[in-house]
Design a protein around this ligand. Structure first.
Ligand code: DQA
Length: 144
């Protein structure tokens, strides 16, 4: 079982950026904890972060035939990137959308996710635990 975790723009600043909203752990720490969890389940993790929409689309496309599931936090692209939505739909790999913060209880514009419909689930507001919950969902789906 191989999972790809994709983090979009500004997620590289996690731990520094608005810690009251996004927490104090760095993205590296969050990914290391996810890696440890997946290793305990005999699953592999590839973690990728980019601030560039095209690079996010390239990595989604390159996952075709390579991974069993994708966890994606597209950052602000969540709210308007139809190109990322199309890439997720085209690659047809089970994908879970994750947000550190509760996007449904923040500014109005964050309540819209244009990628939600092409994902098997949206996990929002659970902080770093959201990535673990997303992995659990994908692992249990692959076993059934
Ligand atoms: C985010 C929520 C988005 O609205 C925001 O633009 C981010 C982070 C989250 O993880 O809570 O960059 O995706």
């Amino acid at each position: 079982m191989k999972l790809l975790v994709i983090n979009g723009p500004n997620l590289n600043l996690t731990g520094i950026r608005k810690p009251e909203i996004y927490g104090t752990d760095t993205l590296d720490t969050i990914m290391s904890e996810l890696q440890a969890y997946l290793s305990s389940c005999n699953a592999e993790l590839y973690a990728f972060q980019s601030n560039h929409e095209g690079e996010l689309i390239d990595i989604i496309q390159s996952a075709i035939g390579e991974v069993d599931g994708i966890i994606i936090n597209p950052g602000a692209y969540t709210h308007y990137s139809f190109a990322i939505r199309d890439a997720i739909e085209a690659c047809a790999i089970p994908t879970v959308e994750v947000h550190l913060s509760d996007i449904n209880n923040r500014e109005e514009f964050r309540r819209i996710s244009v990628i939600k419909d092409v994902c098997i689930a949206q996990i929002s507001g659970m902080g770093k635990q959201g990535y673990i919950e997303a992995a659990k969902l994908l692992l249990s789906r692959a076993m059934n």
